[in-house]
Ligand binder design. Structure first.
Ligand SMILES: CC(C)(COP(=O)(O)OP(=O)(O)OC[C@H]1O[C@@H](n2cnc3c(N)ncnc32)[C@H](O)[C@@H]1OP(=O)(O)O)[C@@H](O)C(=O)NCCC(=O)NCCS
Length: 203
């Protein structure tokens, strides 16, 4: 049985050199720049955006992320805490579509890769998702994510952020070119032990 998905209160999360905040329209040039990366287009934005004319992709993707909070998903811009540069995105979608669960996804700009941005951002969004509502969190129990087997970087990020491998889903992911890929299912539970903390505040 599914539950309804009420709107979410927008939040800003701070963790270890990163600030995760809701996307704003002014992010469009940086998102457009990020979408020049083939990996992001292929694995992380969905077929509708990847198949749209290049000039429309960033705006199309961004509009849905800005609206996401009203429709039961949380899209965070991952930014550098020191200068505000957009480093990537982490999304918590389908919140409570299945009771106490959500699905996460992420990308990081090519320039920002290789320094733990995806791992830290995914971990911060997860902690917030598990945190109790009275502490500004979502109070969820189970978070899952998937990645194509051809994307070992995403597998490593998931594992490092505490999302255990649960199995392989055959032909699960349909890429931007319409090809189907077997995908790993990973999940992290609120009861899995992880160190550290994240602070959540209003934007
Ligand atoms: C996957 C992605 C998010 C990784 O971002 P990142 O910030 O560079 O990742 P991190 O720095 O947190 O790296 C975490 C681990 O992954 C490993 N990793 C990163 N890129 C890798 C690659 N291409 N191949 C294998 N391992 C890789 C890192 O070495 C690190 O492991 P280590 O600490 O044991 O060395 C980024 O490459 C990306 O945005 N790719 C395109 C979009 C995408 O695939 N999104 C996920 C869709 S499921």
């Amino acid at each position: 049985m599914t539950q309804s998905t009420p709107s979410l209160v927008p939040r800003v999360l701070s963790t270890d050199g990163l600030v995760l905040r809701p996307f704003v329209e002014a992010d469009e040039p940086a998102v457009a720049e990020a979408f020049h990366d083939r990996g992001i287009l292929h694995w992380a934005v969905g077929r509708a955006v990847a198949g749209a004319p290049e000039a429309e992709r960033a705006g199309m993707w961004l509009r849905l992320r800005i609206l996401s909070w009203e429709t039961g998903s949380a899209a965070f811009a991952v930014t550098d805490a020191s200068d505000g540069t957009l480093l990537g995105s982490v999304g918590v979608r389908d919140v409570n579509r299945l009771p106490d669960q959500a699905v996460l996804g992420y990308w990081v700009t090519p320039k920002a890769r290789g320094r733990g941005v995806a791992t830290r951002a995914l971990d911060a969004a997860s902690r917030w998702s598990f945190a109790a509502p009275e502490k500004g969190g979502l109070g969820l129990h189970r978070l899952s994510l998937d990645h194509a087997l051809l994307n070992p970087a995403s597998c490593r990020v998931a594992t490092k952020a505490g999302f255990r491998l649960e199995g392989t889903m055959r032909d699960f992911y349909v890429d931007a070119d319409g090809q189907r890929h077997d995908s790993h299912l990973h999940a992290r539970l609120a009861t899995d032990r992880r160190p550290g903390a994240v602070t959540a505040a209003a934007p």
